[in-house]
Ligand binder design. Structure first.
Ligand code: AHM
Ligand code: MG
Length: 355
């Protein structure tokens, strides 16, 4: 290596090291307007939450009160883990006295949480799943946090948060934090999808990949096949198809964020369809599926409930569930084609019985 090369390499790596999340948000918006400053500050607070959660997860085996159940159930009747409670509180704490967010709505809270001192100026709402895939924690496997930012519309004086019951097109930003071998934050504010890696020595998220594009198709199909017996025939048709064709590989970690991240980078499809026990599936629209659908669309992919784009689905209530199919455009279309085919057969059968 010649001496002439040295400074240029240093400059490049310095430039990369200095591309922190807050700087990146401002660059994306190409503005120092108050909204741009707000979004940059918001992302900074979300990153702080990610760092706090990441730190606690990394000490799970040695610190008391991290692993195991909290001994309570959430509004959806699911057992709450200690980390669910901690992470939910972290997101609230980082927004106290921030002047940024008036309301937070999460999987762990029946109703939105208000921070009244922020409300006169903080016209945003954060919707989030503090720990997604929390059943993975006790096995020291990957988990994630999912979030989206929405503008608060109307005064919401009655606290009903009915303005949150609008489609995913109302999101002005979304992302997730993946706590894996390294901690990665992926976000979009409508200008592509960008990923940052937490550098523990700096305590900063440093730019890793910009403008991520999902491949048009991929080999991965990611689904809990243990539910085969309780799926609709159309989903079984699709799974039979991938079993009988070369070029597919099954990958399922039990944590949506990890499975989604793999599909985002490598292509393929993630699906959690409706089941006999849960006809709407397991995943929640507002703070799991809509944020990830926003990212997937920004990356050139698709997200569907089988018949409709997830971003067009309007929530009936805060914790509404939805079937979820997302990933490479060609792979999502393939799953949908099996659903359409079965719908056609059902229609024909109905016509026959009527005639
Ligand atoms: P959670 O938010 O309560 O952890 O539930 C969501 C998780 C997803 O991360 C994952 O895709 C799914 O539930 C796994 O469910 P299952 O065990 O039914 O496959
Ligand atoms: Mg979840």
């Amino acid at each position: 290596m010649t001496d002439a090369y040295q400074p240029r390499i240093q400059e490049r790596s310095l430039d990369r090291d200095c591309t922190t999340l807050s700087r990146h948000v401002l660059q994306q918006l190409q503005s120092f307007s108050s909204e741009a400053q707000d979004l940059s500050a918001l992302m900074n607070r979300i990153a702080l939450a990610g760092k706090l959660i990441s730190r606690r997860l990394s000490q799970a085996g040695i610190m008391a009160g991290v692993l195991g159940f909290a001994g309570t159930e959430n509004v959806q009747g699911e057992s709450v883990k200690k980390m669910d409670v901690y992470a939910n509180d972290v997101f609230i704490s980082v927004f106290q006295q921030s002047g940024l967010v008036c309301r937070l709505a999460s999987e762990e809270m029946e109703k939105p949480y208000y921070i009244p001192e922020n409300c006169p100026i903080g016209r945003y709402t954060l919707v989030y799943d503090p720990i997604d895939g929390s059943s993975n924690i006790d096995a020291n496997l990957n988990v994630g946090s999912i979030f989206a930012i929405r503008r608060q519309e109307g005064s919401d004086e009655d606290g009903s948060a009915s303005d949150l019951l609008q489609s995913g097109r109302k999101q002005i930003g979304a992302g997730y934090i993946l706590y894996g071998p390294s901690t990665i934050l992926v976000y979009s504010i409508g200008t592509g999808v960008h990923a940052f890696t937490l550098d523990p020595s700096l305590g900063e998220f440093i730019l890793w990949q910009e403008n991520i594009r999902v491949p048009d198709r991929g080999s991965v199909y990611s689904v809990n096949e243990g539910n085969f017996w309780q799926w609709d025939e159309s989903i079984r048709d699709y799974i039979r198809y991938v079993h009988r064709h070369e070029g597919y590989t099954g990958r399922y970690s039990g944590a949506l964020v990890g499975d989604f991240h793999r599909v985002l980078l490598q292509g393929g499809v993630f699906l959690y369809p409706g089941t006999l026990k849960k006809p709407e599936g397991k995943l929640r629209l507002l703070y799991e599926c809509a944020p990830l659908a926003y990212l997937m669309e920004q990356a050139g992919g698709r997200a569907s409930n089988g018949t409709q784009n997830i971003l067009d689905v309007v929530s009936g209530h805060l914790h509404q569930r939805t079937p979820f199919i997302t990933g490479s455009p060609e792979d999502v279309a393939l799953v949908e084609s099996f659903i359409q085919e079965r719908d056609r057969i059902k229609e024909d059968e109905q016509l026959l019985t009527r005639s």
